[in-house]
Write a protein that binds this ligand. Structure first.
Ligand code: PLP
Length: 492
């Protein structure tokens, strides 16, 4: 059993604030009731579901009510294409304030030279960053060579040459089954259609990144863009080494910290593990471990700033000013000592969860964790990821299936279940509670049997969960959840 430090719920658990906002939410929902009651009902039902489930999806969290409330304002109604002070629309002075405050917090929180708060999501942030890198590395030198100020000055023939060159560029990122993300150059995503792509994987034995192998792969492929970052790798990355590797071939190092931005903001990842001092460009979402509104953010060095700053109209249209406002509030929250305590708890809780799972016989990809997530290889329970995910959901435990390295069940059924600590840590769960969560997960997995398919082959989707297990696990989860209510004081 782990010795528990008191966890910080920070603003999510701020009972007084939540109580004060209750009447505002009640009023708003009663007004929506008059217009479209199904939406008011679904909104109430979503709160109940979120309150009553053991939310372990590694990419989800609970933003504070002030962050959520900031999104519900008239900033949504304002067009503001352009940048601070240089808009294509009149009357953007208040949006200028919002965007300036958001980027100021982002720069100071992460120690970045430049920040861009307009991307609507992580995928937008990556696409904007990729095109900004292409603009900086491919377009700018060509414009200078052709004596043009911008692309409109190019002759048809020079423009065709440049367009062809865009399509010849190379990108290298972590393979999907090692934990990389679809936006890192994979074919179903536009990044895979833009770039020639190759990936680096992990060591077949340890399942850890082997930097010598990454170096070898980079030397051979010589990408223009080297991407570091992941969605399902349970370990930290040495970004100083990744930068050295990028420099060897003149690649731009882009770090996608969408998953672990909260651990960077909370100073859990420092030195070589902090991407900001080492990468040319850093992208992130704001809604995962960073605990902000759903959105994206880009940080960059001075060198790349002018290209990223042209994200609109390069890739983006009008910014979501109401969401930028909420990003500013969330980033202000992330600059507090409470948030640093929260980030430490996220990582400590993941360790407790991993130890709890390992001690009860589960197998973890990479053998453990040193970030905010664990990836269970459910093959040794005789299950696919799909069966495990569904059985856990029957018992009120919300996770998601994920491929493991060289997954025998492919990307759809998978052999893994990914579990993260950011959301429940926001509710105040500590190491002891996560040990209990490990016990409940293993109880479900041990009591789930695959159902043989009608073809006689081992089934990949169907399963049976032994009688009584779901109810027993739900009752024990309810006890944990009741002790750590979501938005305490908020009554609709
Ligand atoms: N990058 C990484 C590493 C992610 O994990 C994700 C989302 O899961 C994204 C980008 C895309 O983020 P969004 O869903 O906001 O577009």
């Amino acid at each position: 059993m782990c010795v528990c430090r008191r966890t910080s719920g920070a603003d999510v658990s701020s009972t007084d604030v939540n109580r004060e906002l209750s009447s505002a939410y009640r009023t708003i929902l009663s007004v929506i009731d008059q217009i479209e009651p199904r939406i008011a009902d679904a909104t109430r039902a979503e709160l109940t579901d979120q309150r009553e489930s053991l939310k372990l999806i590694a990419s989800e969290n609970y933003a504070s009510l002030p962050v959520l409330a900031t999104m519900g304002t008239w900033f949504s109604d304002k067009y503001a294409e352009g940048t601070v002070g240089h808009r294509f629309y009149a009357g953007c002075q208040n949006v200028d304030t919002v965007e300036s405050v958001a980027t100021e917090h982002a720069r100071e929180l992460f120690g970045a030279e430049y920040a861009y708060a307009q991307p609507h999501s992580g995928i937008d942030a990556n696409l904007t960053a990729f095109w900004a890198i292409l603009a900086h590395r491919v377009e700018q030198p060509r414009l200078a060579e052709f004596g043009a100020k911008n692309v409109n000055d190019l002759s048809e023939a020079d423009w065709e040459t440049l367009r062809k060159e865009f399509g010849e560029q190379r990108l290298m990122g972590m393979s999907l089954d090692a934990g990389g993300h679809l936006t890192h150059g994979f074919r179903p995503n536009i990044s895979g259609k833009m770039f020639h792509q190759r990936s680096y994987g992990t060591d077949p034995e340890t399942q850890l990144l082997d930097y010598d192998k990454v170096r070898e792969a980079v030397r051979e492929f010589k990408p223009l863009v080297l991407v570091a970052g992941y969605s399902a790798y349970a370990r930290r990355i040495n970004f100083a080494t990744m930068r050295e590797i990028a420099d060897e071939v003149g690649a731009t190092l882009l770090v996608d910290m969408a998953h672990f931005a909260g651990l960077v903001a909370g100073k859990v990842f420092t030195g070589d593990e902090d991407p900001v001092p080492h990468a040319h460009v850093v992208t992130t979402t704001t809604h995962k471990s960073l605990r902000g509104p759903r959105g994206g953010l880009i940080l960059a060095t001075e060198e790349y700033a002018p290209s990223v700053d042209r994200g609109c109209p390069l890739v983006l249209g009008g910014p979501l000013s109401h969401v930028m406002a909420a990003k500013a509030v969330a980033l202000a929250e992330a600059r507090t000592p409470d948030f640093q305590a929260y980030a430490r708890d996220v990582a400590d809780n993941a360790k407790s969860l991993a130890e709890g799972l390992l001690s009860r016989g589960a197998k973890l990809v990479t053998g453990g964790t040193d970030n905010h997530l664990v990836l269970i290889d459910v093959n040794n329970f005789g299950l696919t990821g799909r069966q495990a995910e569904s059985a856990l959901l029957d018992a009120g435990v919300v996770t998601n299936r994920n491929a493991v390295p060289n997954d025998p069940n492919g990307a759809w059924y998978t052999s893994g279940v990914r579990i993260g600590t950011p959301a429940l840590t926001s509710r105040g769960f500590g190491a002891d509670e996560f040990d209990k969560v490990a016990e409940l997960i293993v109880e479900v997995l041990q009591n789930t049997e695959p159902v043989t398919a009608s073809t006689g082959k081992p089934g990949k989707a169907k399963y049976t969960l032994a009688d009584g297990v779901a109810d027993r696990v739900k009752a024990q989860s309810a006890e944990l959840l009741d002790n750590h209510p979501l938005y305490p004081g908020l009554e609709l």
